[in-house]
Design a protein around this ligand. Structure first.
Ligand code: PMP
Length: 402
């Protein structure tokens, strides 16, 4: 039956991990995958997560199904974390929300809901570049996918004039605009608060629909409220946003698949109608979400002590990454005098740095130095630690000098 099925291309990020696994050199480094590693290069389970799991275990929960939209207490607390306790639509009870299969599932539910109920053309604008999964998520949901300018390769910074021109002049009214709430993946470059404010004004003037993807709340700056600035600003400006949240990075719950999708509506009556349709979208997709991860996240979000511990652990992860940025910049610039300008490594934020290394550099790094990164020159800063950062910097220096 499947003789005509063509082989698909390998996933660009998971392919890097395959090559890394096959390499037997003890110096090898994997900077491809976007998962946090501790100072010893090991996956990290947060202490607050371990404690939450102990609480859950002690309460001997059953294995019954959750409702279609998941664990309601969790979703309520997730929404509070994102929008802030002072959010007007939160207080008014007009935010429709559901648990989701992490951030990916939230995006997919949102795209499917909009595809069915958004009363305008199904056109979405993604930043150029964006997380690789955004295009297939929206395309598979029936959207036409277009790009707006974001990264300027000449400055390794934000191309804000071109971004504004695209949203002002090129995007038709009512287009959906996907915005990375913080720690833009893959570039690590975010708009400033003033620039966010301008983007909000443009979305309003051009009647664009803001769909926020918040996969790194707390992970960018170490503060969950600072990282929620863009989302909260848009909401305070009256935008009825869509929001995809993930707890993969900020709680280290990657494989537990914990997330939430929410939509700001006009009032509680509209919210109730939207909630009813979210259920109708979700039921044939996967019926209802898994319980364990949502119980962990909710235990942390609802327990004062665990919440405080979580905040300090998120901050610890963010700070370790920031210290690796400073160190890498210092070695390249001061110790090795590597040709080129490397200050973007320090100014970029979040899990990733868009180094500016070219494809040929990434090939040389893999072949000669056993260092693996994606072909676009993106490195996961979390893969660096005191034991490998000097070797990494020397390898980059070698690749750049050819
Ligand atoms: N959006 C962005 C921008 C991401 O970087 C990621 C994770 N790589 C996600 C969404 C979703 O990840 P998950 O489904 O694991 O929450």
């Amino acid at each position: 039956a499947w003789s005509a099925v063509p082989a698909g291309p390998p996933d660009p990020i998971l392919g890097v991990t395959e090559a890394f696994k096959a390499d037997k050199d003890p110096r090898k480094i994997n900077l491809g995958v976007g998962a946090y590693r501790d100072g010893q290069g090991k996956p990290y389970v947060l202490d607050c997560v371990k404690k939450a799991e102990a609480f859950i275990e002690a309460s001997s929960p059953d294995k019954e199904y959750l409702p279609i939209t998941g664990f309601g207490e969790f979703t309520k607390n997730a929404v509070k974390l994102a929008y802030g306790v002072d959010s007007a639509p939160l207080k008014a009870g007009s935010i429709a929300a559901t648990q989701s299969i992490s951030g990916t599932g939230a995006l997919r539910i949102g795209a499917a809901f909009l595809a069915r109920h958004y009363p305008h053309a199904k056109v979405v604008y993604l930043p150029d570049p964006s997380w690789g999964n955004h295009t297939p998520i929206f395309r598979d949901s029936g959207f036409e996918v277009r790009k707006y300018a974001y990264f300027n390769p000449a400055t390794l910074g934000l191309n804000f004039d071109a971004l504004k021109a695209d949203l002002l002049n090129n995007a038709p009214e009512h287009s959906v605009v996907l915005l990375h709430a913080c720690a833009h993946n893959p570039t690590g470059i975010d708009p400033t608060p003033e620039q966010w404010s301008e983007i909000s004004d443009i979305c309003k003037a051009r009647k664009l629909f803001p769909f926020f993807d918040m996969a790194y709340q707390g992970f960018a700056s170490g503060s969950t409220s600072r990282d929620a600035f863009a989302v909260r600003h848009f909401v305070s400006e009256g935008h009825q946003i869509a929001l995809a949240q993930s707890f993969a990075k900020n709680m280290g719950l990657y494989g537990e698949r914990v997330g939430a999708f929410s939509l700001v509506t006009a009032d509680p009556e509209e919210k109730a109608r939207v909630d009813s349709q979210l259920k109708i979208v979700i039921r044939p997709m996967y019926s209802n979400p898994p319980a364990h991860g949502a119980r962990i996240a909710n235990t942390i979000l609802s327990n004062e002590e665990l919440y405080a511990e979580w905040e300090s652990e998120v901050k610890g992860m963010a700070e370790r990454i920031i210290s690796m940025r400073d160190k890498l910049y210092g070695i390249l610039t001061n110790d090795l005098k590597t040709p080129g300008e490397w200050s973007h490594i320090k100014s970029q934020i979040g899990m990733f740095s868009f180094t500016g290394l070219k494809k040929e550099h990434t090939v040389a790094l893999a072949q000669k130095a056993h260092v693996y990164l994606t072909a676009d020159g993106r490195i996961s800063m979390a893969g660096l630690n005191a034991n490998n950062i000097t070797y990494f910097a020397e390898s980059v220096d070698g690749a750049v000098r050819g």
